[in-house]
Design a binder for this molecule. Structure first.
Ligand code: G4P
Length: 528
């Protein structure tokens, strides 16, 4: 098969949702279609102590090791599917965001009884920023849900994206009849535990469905959508401006397969990616890609580190030599793995869109570009995300100061956590997007550097960077704490919105920004 054919087949995506919306349940159904698992329902059930295949990291966590998202790959019909798992709420970290840089499309699950929830908004924003195509699955139709028109309005208003319902629910909960599939011109009848029945719309007469009150009630809504709704425009979908919306029930396995088939048809194949020397097309012969995540201790027996690598162009072959752009050194890639949740097979070849795990003998950094051959370019820097939680940290045992410094330096460089120093007393403050990052950090400091830590929480804070060159340092206190980031740039950690607003009103001479841009940092490089 040619490189282009391999590219055309690939669909690399992530499923995002607020906890409990049904991500695990849906993922499991997709793995079932891909024949990765033989039955569903049996492996599901957090309470029963059994886990879905994608939940293996949860098991690892219970054993005291915190790990993060995994990758699941499988062939399905004419496609090669790569699902990147993003962890749920309590596991939230920068890794989740970075994982979203490695996908070409996203499936957003919304619980029909709850609507758009906070975690969905955060994840959605990142996808939106990158113009990734977003497909929406409104789940739990077997329950009494909210009015579908209201749900669509909420998606459009809260998330700021236009929507196109590919199908429309007829009733919900006890009165749930099925879905009117606008895209395939059929009615999909919900039959509880029995398999769904598909009836072409022009054959509905005589089935009794047309006479049903719930169906007749819904016809008005469908007409409204036809007349006043958006047009289905695949171009706009691919630019992330329009989200196709599917209704269904992951648990009842209703509407899931039609959703998946249609999704794969319109989901983006591997897209060109930006480098410092322009766009690189996936079809470029030369192999290249970048590391979006480094994970330690996946296998505690080996204490290994695995770099998650997204193939962006060309063909990967095991044993090939590549150039690490940052250092311009050649490396032979012998130890590489494909992913199916916890089972890691050796991978011999991979194509654009695929994620491979590369054994990391402590030489890689997040964002590193690897290229086969002589050219040297660098994939676009991974975006930085402002941390939300902050803790002061020190070694429990002062005698361990040296290992403490070394551990912090290395883990911070790896991108595991953000480092700040308080201007007032030079104490060390760590910042993270989610609690999990602190846990992983603490665990690794102990396991890899033999240092136990003592944390003092500063709670959730709002960081802002100072753009002004000269400013008066007298105006800062513990509520608006002046710190330097690891590059030596000044930032302020505000206790809450109120202190931030107060500061903005009273210190008009000090210019604050959400994050500094890469070129703002050039003056600070000497501090590194
Ligand atoms: P998450 O990964 O997004 O956190 O959600 P997960 O799939 O674990 O689903 C959260 C809960 O919602 C689970 O119930 C699950 O069975 C239920 N669920 C998922 N899809 C549907 C659906 O289509 N309809 C209905 N009615 N429920 C659905 P739980 O009681 O919290 O867990 P469990 O004990 O059943 O595992």
């Amino acid at each position: 098969m040619s490189l282009q054919q391999e590219i055309n087949k690939r669909r690399t995506f992530a499923i995002i949702s607020h906890p409990d919306a049904g991500k695990t349940t849906l993922t499991e159904k997709l793995l079932f279609f891909g024949q990765i698992i033989r039955s569903t329902g049996t492996v599901k059930g957090k309470k029963s102590g059994k886990f879905a295949a994608s939940d293996w990291m949860e098991i690892e966590k219970k054993r005291g090791i915190s790990v993060t998202s995994s990758v699941m790959s499988f062939p399905y019909h004419d496609f090669h599917v790569n699902i990147l798992d993003t962890p749920g709420h309590e596991d939230f970290s920068e890794d989740t965001y970075r994982t979203l840089t490695a996908v070409d499309s996203v499936v957003m699950i919304i619980d029909s009884t709850k609507g758009v929830e906070p975690q969905t908004i955060k994840l959605f924003k990142v996808c939106r920023m990158r113009g990734i195509p977003i497909f929406t699955f409104i789940n739990k139709l077997d329950r009494e849900g909210r009015d579908p028109l209201e749900l669509l309005a909420e998606i459009e208003e809260v998330l700021g994206i236009e929507s196109y319902p590919m199908n429309w629910p007829v009733g919900s909960g006890k009165r749930f009849l099925g879905i009117h599939d606008r895209f395939n011109n059929q009615f999909v009848q919900f039959k509880g535990d029995e398999e769904e029945a598909m009836i072409p719309l022009d054959e509905l007469a005589g089935t009794g469905i047309e006479e049903n009150v719930v169906y007749r009630d819904t016809l008005g809504e469908i007409e409204l959508l036809e007349e006043a709704g958006n047009e289905f425009d695949p171009e706009r979908v691919s630019r992330g401006e329009l989200t196709p919306v599917f209704f269904g029930s992951a648990l009842a396995n209703f509407g899931v397969q039609t959703f998946f088939d249609t999704f794969l048809q319109f989901a983006a194949q591997p897209q060109p990616r930006k480098t410092d020397q322009g766009l690189v097309e996936p079809s470029k012969d030369q192999f290249s890609g970048y590391i979006f995540k480094i994970q330690a201790n996946m296998n505690p027996a080996h204490r290994d580190r695995i770099a998650f690598f997204r193939v962006c162009s060309g063909k990967f072959e095991r044993g090939m030599s590549v150039n690490l752009s940052r250092t311009n050194k050649s490396i032979k890639l012998n130890q590489t793995q494909a992913f199916m949740a916890k089972d890691r097979d050796t991978v011999d070849e991979a194509y654009p869109g695929d994620i491979i795990g590369i054994y990391d003998p402590n030489i890689y950094q997040i964002g590193d570009t690897l290229i086969g051959g002589k050219e040297n370019y660098q994939y676009e820097e991974l975006p930085q995300f402002p941390p939300e939680q902050f803790k002061r940290v020190q070694a429990k045992n002062v005698m361990k100061a040296k290992q403490f410094r070394k551990g912090i330096e290395q883990l911070v460089q790896e991108g595991a956590i953000q480092l700040y120093r308080q201007e007032l007393n030079d104490s060390i403050i760590l910042g993270a997007v989610g609690q999990l990052q602190f846990e992983v950090f603490e665990y690794r400091m102990k396991a890899e550097y033999n240092v136990e830590l003592e944390f003092t929480s500063l709670g959730e804070r709002i960081p802002r960077w100072i753009k002004s060159e000269n400013f008066d340092k007298r105006f800062f206190d513990s509520r608006s704490m002046l710190v330097k980031d690891r590059f030596g740039a000044y930032a302020v950690l505000f206790e809450n919105e109120f202190t931030l607003r107060y500061f903005l009103e009273n210190q008009k001479d000090i210019e604050l920004v959400d994050l500094l841009e890469e070129n703002d940092y050039q003056g600070f490089q000497s501090h590194q």
